[in-house]
Design a protein around this ligand. Structure first.
Ligand SMILES: C[S@@+](CC[C@H](N)C(=O)[O-])C[C@H]1O[C@@H](n2cnc3c(N)ncnc32)[C@H](O)[C@@H]1O
Length: 307
């Protein structure tokens, strides 16, 4: 008599995602590197393996996932849980402002809230028609510079970072997004190699994590370059230098947009007289500020010598 083998029932995409999310929850992973919870992380992993853009995944929730793909999904999930590496490093890909970027451990995983304001073309804070030159200071993977190039198709963008390793990753992304004619990379310790240059818009997501916070970061963050996160005792070392010099690098009517995460409160406290405008993201977060060239000029005394 032939042996009866249990019939293998194939699982739908939605079932695979739900099972994966349960596994991630049990493993108590930390999120915040492109997703905010287990279900979104599971959906991202599955969409990557199935080669579907995350925003199109819902269309195939009912379709079965073939066993060879399940195997790849299982092995990536096991590595995510065991190593605690951010998923973006395992996939060598992160999404920013609606587009995919190459990433590896030489750069932090793109997650800047400034992406939303780039997509809005910084309206209503600047006359978009007059934006010709943009600087992305502390560019990392180049994601903000490239998003700016897409948002302002006629503008030239400079992307600066002190890390040669980060610039190598940014170069890959510039090629991938075919913006090499308009996005130029520069190695610079903040504004040091940019003497005499002025821009209509400066965007920056500098390192801003305070020393005590660095010690308590979840394991996922330890896979990211410390240079991209740590910024002295109070997290303000880099942004203080940027604020002191930004006025010299903006055109009349230009704007500085800076992201400072949890250090926003410390920054406002350090410069009580400076009229930071805190931009509200779609999630209600207020850790990205905007200052005009004129405000930076007017408050330069306080910005150069903080209290
Ligand atoms: C928080 S990451 C931001 C990367 C990217 N802009 C993003 O949003 O994903 C900060 C970046 O600043 C760079 N950096 C750190 N200190 C710097 C300095 N003194 N001058 C220029 N870049 C610096 C790091 O190499 C890192 O790439």
């Amino acid at each position: 008599m032939p042996r009866l083998r249990p019939r293998q029932t194939s699982r739908s995409t939605a079932e695979v995602i739900r099972a994966l999310a349960r596994r991630f929850e049990q493993a108590q992973l930390h999120y915040g590197h492109g997703t905010e919870n287990a279900l979104d992380e599971a959906a991202w992993l599955v969409s990557h393996v199935l080669r579907i853009a995350p925003d199109r995944l819902a269309r195939r929730f009912d379709k079965p996932v073939i066993p060879s793909r399940i195997k790849v999904i299982d092995s990536l999930a096991a590595e995510r849980i065991q190593s605690r590496k951010p998923l973006a490093y395992l996939l060598k890909e992160a999404w920013f402002a609606g587009r995919p970027y190459y990433v590896d451990e030489r750069v932090i995983v793109p997650r800047s809230l400034t992406g939303e304001f780039i997509l809005e073309r910084f309206r209503p804070w600047i006359n978009t028609k007059r934006v010709q030159r943009i600087l992305d200071l502390c560019t990392g993977s180049g994601c903000m510079a490239i998003a700016c190039a897409h948002a302002f198709p006629k503008a030239r963008v400079e992307a600066a970072d002190v890390s040669a390793e980060a610039l190598a990753v940014a170069r890959i992304n510039i090629k991938r997004h075919r913006v090499g004619r308009r996005v130029q990379l520069l190695r610079s310790d903040l504004f040091q190699a940019l003497k005499g240059k002025r821009y209509d818009v400066i965007v920056t997501n500098p390192p801003y994590v305070a020393r005590p916070e660095m010690k308590s970061l979840p394991r996922e963050y330890r896979h990211e370059p410390e240079l991209a996160l740590a910024s002295g005792r109070d997290g303000l070392d880099a942004i203080k230098r940027i604020l002191a010099e930004a006025a010299e690098h903006l055109t009349f009517g230009g704007i500085l947009i800076g992201e400072v995460g949890n250090s926003a409160v410390a920054l406002q406290k350090k410069f009580p007289s400076v009229p930071f405008v805190w931009l509200t993201s779609s999630s209600g977060d207020e850790s990205v500020f905007l200052l005009t060239a004129e405000e930076l000029q007017h408050h330069q005394g306080a910005l150069i010598r903080p209290g």
